[in-house]
Write a protein that binds this ligand. Structure first.
Ligand code: SOE
Length: 409
């Protein structure tokens, strides 16, 4: 569609750190919530961090010509496309960033990697283990050609969670016993909330499980440093029929005469798990926790200490050092805003906290470094596949109900 408005040399940005750096030309597919968040990340990273490559917002892609043009203007993209295949065919794009619903991740990522692009793909990596397996295999093959692929589990990029990972790796918690994670939202509590793509399996793969559960599974495995060995799960769909969104067509299938459609994904998922090193884990993902807006909470308990984190207070990490005398031991708040904390050397003076959007800036920063250094970025597509396997195991366990013992009345 539109041609780039700036040459790749200018790329729409000046040199914020005063030295010439080669461009990394981004083409992004999707422009809704995640598209806006990723745009913010790409736009900002090179102005805050001293990066080896200069991210250039070369092209944004979406099916609706007017809407994608408006998104390009709003978010600072130099050009717009209405067909992702045309975006991938462009030789002035180095990296394809996929911010679409899960049903298109595999097709776009496979095509982009085959075309020699680096790829960043939003979480969850795919809608099924089969798709994720193909993507991980393609990423492995592309790596041999110097092309890199990363999945967008952005909560690894919070200073507090990155610090937590560092402390676990340093042994500050000792042997881990418990991993307790919840991700609570409430935007579906209203039964009149319309049937969006997130509520249909063919588009989203699963419900709260894939959307929120994927984040906490990734985060737990990242913090512990090993993959889950097994799970036992319960899932539920509380509201099975919802009004169709205004203007919806049969794209959202199973339309009833009353103008409602069927929810085909879980509303909530509860599961327990076991890590190979022996720690027990519990997980909860729901969109029905009234009053909880984006409450990702975690606690790790180890023999030497504990860590606790709440995304609604994301500049804080709580640490209990169990090796201290019990007379004055207790959870203490670490305000994660010091220059020695992860990512913070480039930001504000101590105490001037960061927010949600910064995870996307950090994600862009880390990927730019990986590309410049030819180093595999994390989380890789193989990590994304592993999370997908956990999601599938949760669904299988919930469906079989095999380890769930009813209580006699
Ligand atoms: C869902 O509401 C959602 O937007 C997720 O899709 C994001 O991944 C999460 O970070 C915030 O919540």
């Amino acid at each position: 569609m539109d041609q780039p408005q700036q040459s790749e040399e200018t790329g729409g940005s000046t040199e914020p750190h005063g030295r010439a750096r080669p461009p990394l030309r981004i083409g992004m597919v999707g422009y809704a919530f995640m598209g806006a968040a990723h745009s913010q990340g790409w736009r900002t990273a090179g102005h805050v961090f001293d990066l080896p490559l200069r991210p250039v917002l070369a092209a944004i892609c979406g099916r609706d010509a007017d809407a994608v043009r408006a998104a390009a203007d709003r978010h600072g993209w130099a050009s717009a496309e209405t067909d992702w295949r045309a975006l991938i065919a462009r030789d002035d794009i180095d990296l394809v960033d996929i911010c679409t619903p899960g049903d298109s991740h595999a097709e776009i990522a496979l095509a982009a990697l085959a075309a020699g692009k680096h790829v960043l793909c939003e979480k969850p990596l795919a809608n099924t283990v089969e798709e994720a397996s193909m993507m991980a295999a393609a990423a492995e093959e592309a790596h041999a050609r110097g092309r890199l692929a990363m999945v967008g589990f952005n909560y690894r990029r919070l200073p507090a969670t990155a610090l937590a990972r560092r402390m676990v790796a340093e042994g500050r918690l000792g042997t881990l016993r418990h991993v307790r994670v919840t991700y609570l939202q409430d935007w579906l509590a209203d039964p009149q909330f319309p049937l969006t793509w997130r509520l249909r399996k063919e588009h989203a793969g699963s419900g709260a499980l894939g959307d929120l559960g994927a984040h906490v599974v990734d985060l737990a495995q990242y913090l512990v440093g090993e993959p889950l060995a097994g799970v036992s799960a319960l899932t539920e769909t509380f509201v099975r029929e919802r009004p169709l969104p205004v203007g919806a067509t049969s794209g959202l299938a199973a339309v009833s005469s009353a103008g409602t459609g069927t929810v085909t994904v879980d509303d909530a998922a509860l599961f327990t798990g076991r890590f190979p090193s022996g720690a027990l884990a519990s997980f909860e993902a729901t969109r029905y926790a009234t009053g909880r807006k984006n409450a990702l909470r975690l606690e790790l308990n180890g023999e030497r200490g504990s860590l606790a984190f709440d995304l609604e207070r994301l500049n804080e990490l709580w640490f209990h050092d169990a090796t201290e005398p019990s007379t004055h031991a207790g959870f203490r708040r670490i305000l994660v805003t010091e220059p020695d904390h992860p990512y913070l050397d480039a930001w504000w003076p101590p105490g001037h906290g960061l927010g949600y959007e910064h995870t996307f800036v950090h994600q862009a920063r880390d990927l730019v470094h990986a590309v410049a250094e030819g180093r595999r970025p994390e989380p890789s597509f193989a990590d994304g596949l592993q999370v997908q396997r956990v999601l599938a195991a949760v669904e299988e366990s919930a469906e079989k109900n095999s380890v769930y013992t009813p209580i006699a009345v």
